[in-house]
Write a protein that binds this ligand. Sequence first.
Ligand code: 9WN
Length: 456
Amino acid sequence: MSYAELGAQVPGDSVEDDARLAQLALDVLEQNWLGHATRPSPRLYPHQWSWDSACIAIGYSTWNQERAQTELRSLFAAQWADGLLPHIVFSGEGSYFPGPEFWQTERSPNAPDGHRTSGIVQPPIHSSAVLRVYRNAADRECAAVFLEELYPKLVAWHDYLYRERTRNGGALAEIWHPWESGMDNSPLWDGALDRIVLAPADVPEYERVDVRLTDADERPTDAEYDRYAYLVQLFRDVDYAPEQIRATCPFAIRPVLFNALLVQAGRDLATIARELGRDPGPFEAQAERTAAALDAELWDEEHGIYVDYDVCGDGPVAARCPVGFAPLYAGVPAAARAERALEGLAASLVRAGDHGWAVPSLSTDDPGFDPQRYWRGPVWPIVHWVFSQAFARYGNAALSGALRRTMIDLCRSGGFCEHYNPRTGRGQGGEQFAWTAGLVLDILDGRGTPNDERRE
Ligand code: 9WN
């Protein structure tokens, strides 16, 4: 089926009881509210996570401005002196592996006083979230104070990424741990992780908590966790010094999704700078350099998709997942290439039971596809949110709407879960999931396009 036919087949939005669903989403956020931030899920993830929080703030933004601002303020309060925005800010309660005693980030001179955090990052969607919160705010005076306060922190975060996470003058950011991608056990990391051969003595002592709390079949394997823990130990051993990690880390990847989000975030940071009367030039230039590098270095002409680059393996990552179309979200490809990528994205859609078109995290015809195992098949709300905006940006309102309706339908029937089975639509992973609720609130708010496409 062609892209155009698929779009034409999608039925129009039929909103049944969106107000009720919004209230349920707000209830989930309330249940996860820690008093200063929102945990992703009551049992599985009892602390604050970086890209979850950005999505949660986007969700709060039209419903509760103060919460949205507090969410982002508390995340950035734990930013490191060198600009690193940690992927977890520990809340003091709740069991999670790896906890602060495993990370030992106090070894780094850059770690913040008074906050316990992890020592790695997550995808940089924060400038986009801050801009969204600012634009949706009803109390303009408070919003202006918020924007002024967050601006230097966002600048430091982007500076960190361009200073520490690029090399040889390149404009694509790299990750040093699968958790930094936000897509922990995606097959995208298999090749790089397979090269890390561990003797038993190399693996630090640890005990998983996740498999006690949720179905082990829906989680990464023990072999993957050994490597996750090994990499953290490696960072810990060099006191989280970025130059040493860059020189020695056996895992370094330039991911498509991470960089696509960075392009949009850079443009949004430029808009914020303009709003505040500062110079947007440096952020526009960074965003356009990263966009150009994505298009020039990561496009795979043979398969018509963008592919991650394995820095240590010195070549493109062999695995291909639908997130390889993420540059569409940031409007990176033009003309024929965009058309081909949109066709490819549309061809990757599957019917999630009776719930409509869904983007699986791995193609259902990939030999490694598993409808339950985390980032190896299940449908993730963040991926739907990204691609509903991608379709909207390129003018396919029907498919954009279809992806939004699917998310609404999945949550209405199965609750706000961590991820969903792409064959049946069954909710899986953690329950009462905050960023699922946050993104659904944004979807219900009817916003279908990235920030720079919107009208004021
Ligand atoms: C590790 C919190 C996070 C999400 C990630 C998701 C999962 C953590 C884990 O949960 O990762 O950061 O323990 O599995 O993969 O995207 O931010 O919801």
